[in-house]
Design a binder for this molecule. Structure first.
Ligand code: C2E
Ligand code: CA
Ligand code: CA
Length: 743
């Protein structure tokens, strides 16, 4: 699971990075497009501005000319004939269609000899009001195929108080067209001049908009995806003489979308506000973005390929590394074969196999290491490995556990066949001795038969237990797990059955292990430890029978018996006139669950007229962990005056937290903690525990102290008492009494 996580983590980073790159590319392409679009708008604005300048310039030039004539008329109105003649020259030079003059009556005389009434025309009417004017494109009255714009200026009387007439010039609309035909965006852009109502006044040659068409209608063309609000916006801008830019949607199959820029022209000159619009199809933009976008996409693709290659490479390396780690974890360094972890791992693939798990080691292999050196030891193990390996078939396993311990899985259900194979190995192993010139190797095998390899550790454990039956024996090489099973069960049953008789016959003896004060090294008390003296005189250690009695409940009886015996003994020593030293008695976890234990113990104590401080009680740490019921019992014992000793503290249940919630008086540091002395970390832990205990006001006793070094260390810790072989092993009553109450 953790490996998976490790693998996924960098992968996620790479994917995240990739997403970021693509996001950056997307943002980049949008911004490139936007940038180009605004650049295009700028170009359109420039074009429009240029066009406005050019057109305005042209128009102003024409007006200057007309105004020149107007001034002349004002000075000498009688010169009309001459003036018209002069005008004819300018008509040719300036590409006018015609020029003319009209008096107040509206009857016009033109350079091309026409005489007609213009009194209805706007240019006449406006100029009569004193304005200089230019009309929208109109059909030429004399040549309806041509569109013209008419420029007009007023002619005042001498004192300039009244308008006497109007000088006008008709201008072929083509001229505007030519002016507007500035080439931009490879000839795909076009311009037009429109009035604020959208009427197209003039346009460049390539314009799809023609005179008489309407820019707004064009925008709102049925199929264009244009928003009416956009058109309204443009109209509003035009009312306020403001410039702006926009985008005109495409018409499917007919017209493409386009960008445009509009700006007002000189407002004083015209019959209405004119607008210059520069337009270009959006495809121009796309074409410009395309190469950049192409590069961006190529870049993205390259990044993608790099990322994919990177990830694959990473995964490949990671997989290799994992495989290497796995094989290291499963490999025995000496033999290069499996170790126990490898055995377990391999077992997973053969769970449904039936066969024998065999634990093997050599009797007295230590001798070889000690007498022939480690190198020979290693050589021996390698030779041994070769033999075992050579005796393994398909779907079978052999692994080295440690030192000279090996485990095999042999796939047979036939005992005879198995023993034949094992005996074969024994003789091959014996041959190693000749080769390496070492004493004959004596392998022992513990055998466990199993129908499944689902729990390889358990199988190996059973095989090891079986091996103990033959370890050290020179008469047989192997033993089966069933053998111990039945042997032990038989023995256990015998012990359980003889409990009552043993109790009656007083076979349970109490031995006393003295406790010494750390500072003065003086006896300060003892722990009572039970021993079973069998009828044949052998002494059984409590480790053998207590677990049995805990299982069947007899322990409660035994514990109470020991307690009573200790009380009786204390009473005796008291009567003998000795200054009593306290003796602690063990109470099993199981005994605690029997009814009224506190009252019963109190009653016994009182029946011997003893003060409770002389008989202390030891309860193991494992009994107390997270058990409120027991916490309550301890509290009650404590209140009854018993000194409570927390036994085996640190033997694996590590319940520092429970220390201050339970009413113990003494902390008994387990031998396993004392064995830490000499190890830096262990010593730290011990110091910490001792400090904690002392800070809680607990008395501290160290158990299993076996040497001077441990004693010195504990002295330093200001540990109160010492119990251990260094001072004394548990002693039979008389011996204890003799060293304690000798005087
Ligand atoms: P325990 O209560 O932790 O007793 C201490 C054990 O450590 C004793 O083993 C003692 O002989 C041993 N010991 C003391 N000092 C040293 C030392 O320096 N080195 C080594 N290697 N061992 C040392 P024992 O007497 O075999 O008792 C084993 C366990 O049996 C006791 O452990 C206790 O849990 C239980 N036991 C003994 N008597 C009784 C009893 O009357 N009732 C109950 N319920 N349990 C008892
Ligand atoms: Ca104890
Ligand atoms: Ca203990």
């Amino acid at each position: 699971m953790r490996n998976r996580k490790k693998k996924i983590y960098p992968l996620a980073i790479i994917i995240f990075g990739l997403v970021m790159v693509f996001a950056a590319i997307a943002v980049c392409s949008v911004s490139i497009k936007r940038h180009l679009q605004s650049e295009m708008e700028n170009t359109l604005r420039d074009i429009a501005t240029q066009n406005v300048l050019a057109v305005t310039n042209e128009i102003e030039t024409q007006f200057r000319l007309l105004l020149g004539f107007s001034q002349r008329m004002e000075k000498s109105p009688s010169d009309l004939e001459d003036i018209l003649e002069e005008m004819s020259i300018f008509v040719k030079t300036y590409d006018f269609k015609r020029m003319g003059y009209t008096g107040r009556d509206g009857l016009a005389l033109t350079t091309d000899g026409h005489e007609f009434d213009v009194s209805d025309t706007t240019f006449f009417q406006r100029s009569m009001e004193g304005k200089i004017w230019i009309t929208a494109a109109i059909a030429d009255g004399f040549d309806s195929r041509e569109m013209i714009n008419v420029f007009s200026v007023p002619v005042y009387n001498e004192d300039r108080s009244e308008v006497e007439g109007v000088i006008f010039a008709s201008y072929n609309n083509d001229i505007f067209q030519k002016m507007l035909s500035v080439d931009f965006f490879e000839g795909r852009g076009y311009s037009c001049i429109v009035k604020t109502d959208g009427t197209v006044m003039a346009h460049s040659q390539n314009s799809p908009l023609l005179e008489d068409s309407n820019f707004f209608d064009h925008m709102l063309d049925d199929d264009r995806e244009n928003d009416i609000s956009m058109v309204e916006q443009i109209k509003a801008d035009m009312q306020n003489a403001e410039s702006g830019a926009g985008r005109c949607g495409h018409v499917h199959g007919r017209a493409e979308s386009s960008l445009f820029y509009y700006m007002p022209m000189n407002e004083n000159l015209y019959d209405a506000q004119w607008y210059m619009i520069a337009i270009a199809p959006e495809s121009v933009l796309n074409e410009r973005t395309m190469p950049v976008m192409y590069d961006v996409r190529v870049f993205a693709l390259v990044m993608l390929v790099i990322a994919v290659l990177g990830v694959s490479f990473y995964l490949y390396i990671e997989k290799k590394r994992q495989e290497e780690l796995v094989s290291l974890a499963y490999e025995d360094r000496l033999t290069g074969g499996y170790n126990l972890a490898g055995f377990r791992e391999n077992a997973k693939t053969m769970t449904n196999q039936t066969g024998y798990v065999v634990a093997m080691d050599l009797t007295e292999f230590k001798l070889i290491n000690n007498n022939f050196g480690v190198q020979t030891g290693d050589e021996t193990l390698l030779e041994l490995w070769k033999v075992l390996k050579g005796n393994i078939f398909d779907q079978e396993m052999v692994a080295r556990v440690n030192a000279d311990r090996f485990v095999l899985f042999l796939r047979t259900s036939d005992k005879e066949e198995l023993e034949e194979r094992l005996n074969g190995m024994v003789s091959q192993i014996a041959e190693i001795s000749n080769r390496l010139k070492i004493p004959v190797l004596f392998p022992v095998f513990g055998i466990y038969y199993t129908r499944t390899l689902e729990e390889p550790d358990k199988c190996y454990g059973y095989a090891v237990q079986a091996k103990h039956l033959v370890k050290g024996r020179r008469d047989r090489h192997f033993a089966y797990y069933d053998e111990i099973d039945s042997a032990q069960m038989l023995m256990n049953r015998r012990l359980e059955n003889s409990f009552d008789d043993a109790l009656k016959e007083g076979q349970f003896e109490i031995w006393y292990q003295p406790k010494y004060s750390t500072q003065e090294e003086k006896i300060i008390g003892a722990e009572a430890l039970v021993r079973w003296r069998m009828a044949d005189g052998t002494l059984l250690s409590p480790g053998v029978f207590i677990p049995l009695f805990e299982k069947n409940g007899s322990i409660a009886v035994l514990d109470e018996y020991i307690f009573r015996k200790v009380c009786e003994q204390q009473r005796q020593w008291m009567l003998d006139g000795h200054e009593l030293l306290p003796v602690s008695v063990n109470i099993s976890r199981v005994s605690l669950y029997f009814d009224n234990i506190v009252e019963r113990y109190e009653k016994i104590l009182h029946s011997y007229n003893l003060v409770s401080k002389y008989v202390q009680l030891e309860i193991t740490e494992s009994a107390t962990v997270g058990n409120d019921e027991i916490a309550g019992l301890i509290e009650r014992f404590h209140r009854a005056g018993f000194q409570m000793l927390l036994d085996d503290f640190g033997s694996g249940y590590s319940s520092l937290a429970s220390l201050n919630t339970m009413h113990f008086d003494t902390l008994k540091l387990d031998k396993s903690l004392i064995d830490y002395i000499g190890d830096e970390k262990g010593e730290k832990l011990l110091k910490y525990i001792a400090k904690l205990g002392q800070s809680l006001g607990l008395h501290i006793t160290a158990e299993g102290v076996e040497n001077q070094r441990q004693l010195m260390f504990l002295k330093n810790l200001r540990c109160n008492d010492i119990q251990g072989y260094y001072f004394s092993k548990p002693l039979p009553l008389e011996e204890y009494a003799s060293i304690t109450y000798s005087e």
